[in-house]
Design a protein around this ligand. Structure first.
Ligand code: ADP
Length: 452
């Protein structure tokens, strides 16, 4: 097992990793930018190293700085969290070259899944169902037209290097196609420095359902159920729940087993998430994330597993200590991503938290690095924390969520808490009757207007 883990991240996920390391008796090193000297992860780690100025490219993305911090502190492993360097294959390789364990999958797998065209090709070869679309990248407009007519309009132009919903454009008819291609290419070039795009059938009313998997790199792999992340704004997840209200046990087992089996064939190592769109009873692969995800706690709540502990054990070379039949999913869990943003306009609201009172009680978990007096810096994402609730049934989880949201107080900055208070009281949400467009329609119809 490792002796000392350097956490190459900040905020709630840095704290989350630190907690897992402590429970395993592993020493921790926090790194931080000058904007984060007062951050909770710095206060709670055994050691800390300042690695640069506020801009992420000079601090949390600064690979030489991170390696130097490992060297100085004698860390023998790095956990990248999510975002920042978590899906950077080069960083994983450089760590290995310096005999520092990267707590994540093999660089080769990060690379394959980081290129969406390659990821889709691999998924198809592994028996994972995919969205109909172009076989590979699309280079000219005539070819695009041929593919689009084959799969049928509407189609979606997507960036091979995509992420965060950027470089994605819908073409409803043949007339829109060349413009959609041009816009997606320009956006992709600007955001990722790579203008490769591909085509997919545009699904009108899908849900976003993703499967959590764990593999040990030795050919063992399990799935830990699904998460329904259909409540999105601008392709960003807002609230997640597990199990999905749309699936029955049969469907769950079937898609879960397809994913676990694919990971066994790939000899995948670590935690990963296989993301699907789900429509009319069919699953369509969209991408795989080769890291821990923001919404991982809901899976922990129903499985009893600590996914970060599992990541650490796997990276240290341990085989999975359980088989699929040992994974026992119980009850229901829901997560709300509470951001420092206006609940109706979503304008970021960095600044000082004047009063902070997180909820507690049975079945309530708050993963947050916030505290009273903490100043949320304007340089990074605006997350205040994640409120996670668990119940024996979906109804119990919803009732618990309602009361936990009513207890939660964050003064001094705007937060999205009022949005969640409205959502948990909405009858369609209560019925689980929502798709990936539901939230934007709710907002456009003035669902939060009294907050303007
Ligand atoms: P990114 O990596 O940019 O987040 P994804 O491929 O994961 O891109 O897609 C993000 C979101 O975009 C999905 O959750 C879904 O809301 C929407 N989306 C992606 N592909 C399609 C599709 N073929 N049809 C309809 N919506 C899609």
């Amino acid at each position: 097992m490792f002796e000392k883990i350097l956490i190459a991240n900040r905020g709630e996920i840095a704290l989350r990793i630190l907690r897992a390391a402590k429970e395993l008796g592993i020493a921790t090193v926090a790194v931080h930018s000058t904007a984060d000297s007062e951050a909770m992860h710095v206060k709670l780690a055994d050691e800390s190293v300042c690695i640069g100025p506020p801009a992420a490219r000079d601090s949390y993305l600064n690979i030489p700085g991170l390696l130097a911090a490992c060297e100085i502190t004698g860390a023998d492993a790095v956990h990248p969290g999510y975002g920042f360097l978590s899906e950077n294959a080069k960083f994983a390789e450089i760590c290995a070259d310096h005999e520092i364990a990267f707590i994540g999958p093999k660089a080769e797998h990060i690379r394959i899944m980081g290129d969406k065209i390659e990821a889709k090709r691999t998924a198809r070869a592994l028996g994972i169902p995919c969205v109909p679309g172009s076989e590979g990248g699309i280079t000219d407009d005539d070819e695009a037209m041929r593919v689009a007519e084959q799969i049928g309009f509407p189609v979606l132009v997507k960036a091979a290097a995509g992420g965060g919903g950027r470089g994605m454009k819908v073409a409803r008819t043949a007339l829109d196609l060349s413009e959609a291609l041009a816009t997606a290419r320009t956006e992709a070039k600007a955001a990722f420095g790579d203008d490769a795009v591909y085509l997919e059938k545009y699904l009108e009313k899908p849900r976003h359902i993703e499967i959590q998997i764990l593999g040990d790199g030795l050919g063992n792999a399990v799935h830990v159920g699904e998460r329904d992340c259909s409540l999105q704004r601008r392709h960003q997840k807002v609230l997640e729940e597990t199990p999905s209200p749309a699936l029955n046990q049969d469907q769950r087992q079937k898609i879960g087993e397809i994913c676990a089996d694919a990971m066994r064939k790939l000899k995948y190592s670590g935690a990963g998430t296989i993301e699907f769109l789900y429509e009319n009873g069919e699953f369509y692969f969209i991408e795989m994330n080769t890291r821990i995800q923001v919404e991982h706690p809901i899976t922990e709540m129903i499985s009893g597993l600590d996914l970060i502990v599992e990541q650490i054990k796997i990276a240290s070379g341990a085989p999975l200590a359980y088989r699929q039949e040992d994974i026992d999913l119980r009850g229901h869990a829901i997560e709300c991503r509470v951001n420092a943003e206006h609940p109706a306009t979503f304008r970021p609201s960095p600044g000082k938290i004047l009063y902070y009172h997180p909820p507690g009680g049975v079945g309530v978990r708050v993963d947050s690095a916030a505290y009273q007096g903490y100043v949320i810096p304007p340089n990074y994402d605006s997350m205040v924390g994640k409120l996670i609730v668990q119940g024996r049934t979906r109804n119990e989880a919803l009732m618990r969520l309602r009361r936990a949201l009513d207890e939660f107080i964050v003064d001094g900055v705007d937060t999205t808490l009022p949005l969640f208070r409205a959502l948990v009281r909405n009858s369609e949400i209560q019925d689980g009757a929502y798709d990936i467009h539901w939230l934007e329609k709710f907002l456009a119809a003035g669902g939060m207007d009294h907050h303007e």
